[in-house]
Design a protein around this ligand. Structure first.
Ligand SMILES: *Cc1c(COP(=O)(O)O)cnc(C)c1O
Length: 379
């Protein structure tokens, strides 16, 4: 059976060029980058070259880039690392209700050790209110963490405006840009961001490698105690193949930016148009315009999302539902609840995220099957 994959917000396949570039670093150029012989030193150089590539793409300095094991670690390192290093200045953090669990749960941990956290509401599009943000700032606020784009509904936040407010009050600003990179142009200098997280496997790079950007002179402490790697900020033997891979994937994302986004936006808009015309009682979640080019999130009234996913899977279609199924109980997506979707509608949500391998025939196949399955499930 042909598999049709529409879950690029969950992960993406590794680009073949990326894999090709990584391969020599597994069996041949495998030296430890801290070693003092040629094979090690060469790998240290490769890491720094990768760092420079990333810095150039993001428009920051190479010494502001650190490599991690992924988006989750990057969020943890930035949020806990900045909070703990600045606790004498204050103990208050502002974030939003629709952040990724890596951010929300890092904040929850900080609350457990004496920090206070404000979780901002979002409007029905999934966007924070800048006035509410400003009202919650107090003299103890040290960090604002607001995601660049949401992983469920694709909503893009007003990052430059948030950074401007943070800057005015001398508060550090972090953005989880894991979903945004490759879909939104990110110029760190222009946006005036203090810290940012990225993950390789969300833009056709390998899993298990991520990036942290932290502006020079922003104090933060490391989360791993160990060796001297990454200027004492992230201990552990460097993942050389992963680092080479993420840098190459970033380069490809940058070079193909316009073409790639044009394509997936076309597929996404075609999908919206088809679903709106062929299936009744639906609700498109998130903003129509201010959203990631490949993201579609729709609620189908009267549908159980888990059943829908299982039926789609039987036909080779991979998609996602916002609702997490834990211990046999379906829990509503906290993101959909935060944008005001009625609880009974949240159970029937379907997130479809398009990517480089999808073609228009795949979208036709998806909509044909979706229409048929929804009719069956509704009867
Ligand atoms: C996927 C994702 C993460 C986590 O990244 P991993 O590399 O899978 O740990 C964090 N934030 C957002 C917005 C994501 O989509």
């Amino acid at each position: 059976m042909k598999i049709r994959y529409f879950d690029h917000a969950a992960t993406t396949p590794v680009n073949r060029d990326v894999l090709k570039e990584m391969l020599p670093y597994f069996c041949e150029e495998f030296g430890n980058a801290s070693a003092l012989y040629g094979m090690g030193k060469k790998n240290k150089e490769i890491i720094n070259l990768s760092r420079m590539k990333i810095a150039q793409i993001l428009n920051c300095k190479a010494n502001e880039i650190y490599f991690t094991s992924g988006g989750t670690e990057s969020d943890n390192l930035i949020i806990k690392g900045i909070a703990l290093a600045n606790k004498r200045r204050g103990n208050h953090i502002i974030t939003s209700k629709i952040e990724h669990p890596a951010v929300i749960n890092s904040c929850r941990f900080l609350e457990s050790i004496g920090f206070t956290v404000t979780y901002l509401d979002v409007d029905e599009r999934g966007i924070i209110d800048l006035n509410q943000l400003e009202r919650h700032i107090n003299r103890n606020t040290i960090l604002i963490s607001i995601m660049f784009a949401n992983n469920e509904i694709g909503t893009i936040q007003p990052i430059r405006e948030i950074a401007e407010i943070a800057g005015r009050y001398n508060i550090y600003f972090h953005t989880d840009a894991v979903q945004a990179f490759g879909n939104v142009k990110i110029d760190i200098e222009k946006l005036n961001i203090d810290a940012l997280s990225l993950s390789g496997h969300k833009f056709y790079g390998p899993k298990g490698v991520g990036i942290v950007y932290i502006k020079e002179n922003v104090p933060f402490i490391r989360m791993e105690d160990g060796g001297h790697q990454e200027k004492e900020k992230r201990a552990g033997t460097e993942n050389v193949p992963g680092i080479v891979g993420i840098a190459r994937a970033a380069e490809i994302a940058e070079n193909n930016f316009n073409e790639y986004n044009k394509k997936i936006k076309y597929l996404r808009d075609y999908y919206f148009w088809q679903v709106e015309n062929r299936i009744s009682d639906i609700k498109i979640n998130g903003d129509r315009k201010l959203r990631l080019s490949g993201n579609a999130n729709i609620c189908f009234a009267g549908i159980d999302g888990a059943k829908l996913l299982a039926r789609l899977d039987e036909r080779g279609i991979c998609a996602s539902s916002g609702s997490a199924c834990s211990a046999g109980l379906i829990a509503s997506s906290y993101v959909l609840l935060a944008i005001g979707v009625p609880k009974n509608l949240t159970y029937g949500s379907l997130r479809v995220t398009f990517g480089s391998e999808n073609e228009i025939e795949d979208v036709e196949f998806l909509v044909d099957n979706l229409q048929e399955i929804i009719e069956q499930l509704r009867n």
